[in-house]
Design a protein around this ligand. Structure first.
Ligand code: ZN
Length: 141
């Protein structure tokens, strides 16, 4: 069964963790989208200054792309380093020679298998999944 953020309520044990996950993901996306036009503008400014002001015909203005790639890497690493609420290891990132790496669309923790947006640790609690609580009003009719 798949969860989404709508399954998580403010009283759930992992609520704050999933909010932090969404916050990091938004920072990553907004930062990545903002980085592209900023980098293009800086590149055009540097290239204009090199060619028109200093009258140097060189493609080295493209070096401004290097900080942009570092910025993208840092934003991705910040989102990927979000710790799993259950095991504390990176949820979407696993260091391994066989099958490791960053899987941003993983549905489960790559270390302990906790489903994405699980409101609590189902294996530790009594069997109370959101599916059962959602069906209870129907059974009462
Ligand atoms: Zn985990």
């Amino acid at each position: 069964m798949g969860y989404n953020f709508n399954n998580v309520k403010p009283g759930d044990p992992y609520y704050a963790n999933w909010c932090e996950k969404r916050r990091r993901s938004r920072i990553r996306w907004i930062g990545s989208l903002a980085l592209a036009p900023i980098t293009v503008l800086i590149f055009l400014g540097v290239q204009f200054a090199l060619m028109r002001v200093f009258e140097v015909n060189t493609p080295w203005g493209g070096l401004v792309l290097l900080p942009a790639f570092l910025g993208l890497w840092a934003l991705t690493a910040y989102a990927a380093d979000w710790p799993c609420p259950r095991c504390g290891k990176p949820f979407y990132w696993r260091a391994s020679l066989l099958g490791g790496g960053y899987w941003p669309f993983a549905d489960n923790c790559l270390h302990c298998g906790l489903p994405e947006y699980a409101p609590r640790d189902e294996s530790a609690d009594a069997p109370s999944s959101t599916a059962i609580t959602a069906q209870q009003p129907e059974d009462a009719r």
